[in-house]
Design a protein around this ligand. Structure first.
Ligand code: G6Q
Length: 553
């Protein structure tokens, strides 16, 4: 056996041993109740907490002991987490199936440094694009950039989908407090025409700017919407090519396609193949965010991202927030058989954060093979979902409290309200603390009986508790705070992916759907009856659709 094969064998054996140790450990402590864990350690709530970059994480209400953490960190070490983190920051091609570097961390690294890809320092490109975005955003915001008829731009519509939409939408909603309220921002993503029609119906084309955001500039939904938006614009302003140039800009990696569409490449904001779609909200894909909140706030958001990046890169695992959260997610997913994680922001401005996280987490870690192509022998990517508090409390929380499934929760809250009206904020925070308490400690039979509850009703009113949660507490939802929060989850997802030994940066499943849709479109549209070669269900659905539209008998 060669030396490297020998090393690999040893590494695999060590990983397996760490994994087996966790299985055994879970058998010992898996049924321990949080009530017991807290009763045995008066300081647990203070001890099992970590703080960095202005983010306070209380992880004490998890079904863990100090030994659990030790074993999880050992697993992370055996999986080479530190090396993988360094490899990402260095620009190694860790997205193996697409042979790409994964460098969203470069998008928020300060200028003057160096991260080299193919012999080129990408940080100079990043800052050149940021400066170009800032100049453009200033011009639009101060009215120097005018529409074709000389009117000021008052409406901005981002056209994009997936990673070219979810980040911009989430960030716009999250940072609305800081946005220019004299401008209207809308986001069109769905190929369902209703999305575009509703977004434009009350707007004046002379005052509207479209940002066509697409890494590839070939995505069906985005290009269809962009073409129809161009038509809407031309109907309103005439088909002068100059009108398109004043009302359309592009964010893309594909200059050729951008020019083909009729957008002046001088008004194209570039990004690079080492930025994954779902990791791109802080690249030029964030142009709508910058237009809304201004360049200074955008840079503050990038600084927030960077602070969390540095924490992730340098902090020891036992105090490393993304590592701790990632390992806890693995703990429930693989050792308790939990299938989901609920993300529950107690901040109305974060209403789209769970939707954003769904792509970040599930597109990244919804994988069934390891980097070497072998099938995983364990569960990967949990299902992330959630809604802002307190709304969820009056609907789905019931299942988390008393259902039969174990659903770990991430609560997110801020000490300062952005809109400090009356007593709302104390009530909001009281609710988030109360929910974590109720989930963890529940209500015992004794407590229910002591309330004089009739015997037949007692079982219904018992809340078993022992439902784990993390509490993420920050000062105030600022642009920097949003950057920190997003980076926290990006690196949490990265940590999980390293443990599972998967490629968190490709998305071949998404590609398959795109290809199949392209095949079916002409079959729905053709005047003659198409020869169908799908499965019998798909064939039948296509025929049925054509019949319903009167295209065939
Ligand atoms: C994200 C995915 C995917 C992608 C969209 C849009 O990581 O790759 O959601 O962002 O399919 O792609 P384009 O930006 O190329 O239009």
């Amino acid at each position: 056996m060669t030396a490297s094969a020998e090393t690999l064998k040893k590494e695999t054996a060590a990983k397996n041993a760490a994994w087996q140790a966790l299985i055994q450990h879970q058998k010992q402590i898996g049924t321990l109740h949080l009530r017991t864990l807290f009763a045995e350690d008066a300081k647990r709530g203070e001890r099992m907490a970590a703080q960095a970059a202005g983010v306070f994480l209380d992880y004490s209400k998890n079904r863990i002991t100090d030994e659990t953490l030790r074993l999880l960190i050992d697993l992370a070490q055996q999986c080479g987490l530190k090396d993988r983190i360094d490899a990402m920051f260095r620009g190694d091609r860790i997205n193996a199936t697409e042979n790409r570097s994964v460098l969203h961390v470069a998008l928020r690294a300060p200028g003057g440094g160096s991260i080299v890809v193919d012999g080129h320092n990408v940080l100079s490109d990043v800052h050149a694009v940021l400066d170009k975005m800032a100049r453009f955003a200033e011009h639009v915001r101060n009215g120097e950039w005018q529409g074709h008829t000389g009117k000021r731009i008052r409406n901005v519509i981002n056209i994009g989908i997936g990673g070219s939409d979810l980040g911009p939408v989430m960030a716009y909603e999250a940072l609305k407090f800081y946005s220019d309220r004299s401008m209207t921002f809308r986001f069109v993503s769905n190929v369902d025409a209703t999305d575009l029609v509703e977004a434009t119906r009350d707007l004046d084309p002379a005052e509207t700017l479209f940002i066509v955001s697409s890494k590839t500039f070939t995505t069906l939904e985005t290009m269809t919407n962009a073409r129809d938006a161009r038509e809407w614009m031309q109907l309103g302003l005439g088909s002068d090519a100059k009108a398109v140039a004043r009302h359309f800009v592009a964010v893309s990696t594909n200059a050729e396609k951008v020019a083909e569409f009729g957008i002046d490449t001088a008004n194209m904001f570039e990004f690079w193949d080492w930025v994954g779609g779902r990791y791109s909200m802080d690249s030029a894909i964030g142009l709508s965010t910058m237009l809304a909140i201004g360049p200074e706030n955008f840079r503050a958001m990038l600084d927030g991202f960077h602070e969390m990046d540095e924490h992730f890169r340098t902090a020891p695992f036992e105090r490393n927030l993304p590592v701790l959260m990632g390992l806890l997610a693995v703990w429930y997913n693989d050792f308790f058989g939990s299938e989901t994680v609920a993300v529950l922001p107690y901040e109305q401005y974060l209403k789209r954060f769970p939707a954003y996280l769904q792509q970040l987490t599930m597109e990244s870690n919804g994988k069934h093979v390891k980097l070497d192509g072998a099938r995983v022998e364990y569960a990967t990517g949990p299902i992330y979902w959630g809604e802002p508090g307190t709304n969820g409390q009056h609907s789905f929380y019931q299942l988390i409290h008393q259902g039969t499934r174990l659903i770990p929760c991430d609560f997110i809250a801020f000490a300062d309200a952005l809109n400090p009206v009356g007593r709302h904020h104390d009530m909001l925070l009281a609710n988030v603390f109360a929910q974590a308490e109720a989930l963890g400690f529940g209500k015992t039979r004794e407590q229910v009986e002591a309330e004089g509850t009739p015997e037949w009703l007692v079982p219904h009113r018992i809340c078993e508790g022992n439902r784990p949660s993390n509490m993420i507490l920050m000062d105030r939802l600022t642009p920097a705070a949003l950057g920190k929060l997003v980076a926290l989850y990006e690196h949490n997802v990265f940590t999980q992916g390293v443990i599972w030994h998967i490629d968190s940066f490709d998305q071949w499943g998404v590609e398959l759907g795109k290809v199949l849709a392209q095949r079916i479109i002409p079959e729905l549209q053709s005047k003659d009856e198409p020869r169908l070669h799908h499965d019998s269900s798909t064939n039948n659905l296509i025929r049925r659709y054509r019949q319903m539209k009167g295209m065939q008998p």
